[in-house]
Design a protein around this ligand. Sequence first.
Ligand code: NAD
Length: 256
Amino acid sequence: SIKGKTAVVTGSNSGIGLGVARALAAEGANVVLNSFTDRDEDHALAEEVGKEFGVTARYIKGDLSRGEEARALVEQAGTCDILVNNAGIQHVAPIEEFPVEKWDALIAIMLSSVFHTTAAALPMMRKAGWGRVINISSAHGLRASPYKGAYVAAKHGVVGFTKVTALETAEEPITANAICPGYVMTPLVEAQIPDTMKQYDMDRETAIREVILDRQPSKEFATLEQLGGLAVFLCSDHAAQMTGTTHSMDGGWTAR
Ligand code: NAD
């Protein structure tokens, strides 16, 4: 059971990170929420999660585009039994027009931060004699799309780094796995629907089905609860021999 363990979830004041943090808290884990902002509502959100599930929940500000802040997040948490690397952003542009600062930001937030938090967390897991690293990659960690160069490179990179983490911890009670979601309904995806409707002159249903879920054969979004359930399973004893691999939750996307 993960009751009383501490989970650090990066990028968790919204979307999948918050969903996973809530699922872990529901199983009795203490959680550390994080993003780059430091607003009252961020801290209030942690308080809410703590109250709802009767666990200790804290919000720690850390801008994961900066390596030292990624390490400081884990160090400030004090203990880290479960590390969920989730923070992410997107930028879409052809390679020759891709803004260099966007490339650098995507690689820093989604790939380099995983190196930094993992480096800070592994000594804590070793000391505790147990650990779980869960990296939120993507179907784009296994497949590509045009104009998503930085995102696809970072997400493929995360899959590779997950394998290295698993090999370096293979003989210890620590596992490292990547979750590869297809489309999940989060504020990030919801925000794309009105533009897509306008651009293709479609109603909401059609825009979702024909454009957004074009690559997802199930034509359904994965839910935050389903993602949370997978993370909880990866933390369980049943998953102790699952390490260094990818777990797709993509409605059949990568079956193609
Ligand atoms: P989201 O925008 O709701 O969440 C992203 C989180 O990352 C937010 O909490 C945000 O504050 C945080 N973040 C962004 N930049 C940060 C920074 N510099 N430092 C710290 N935190 C930062 O989006 P989401 O859809 O929940 O995405 C979460 C993860 O899941 C991302 O890595 C994303 O690539 C991945 N993913 C999402 C989908 C999907 O369909 N929504 C599919 C596959 C993978």
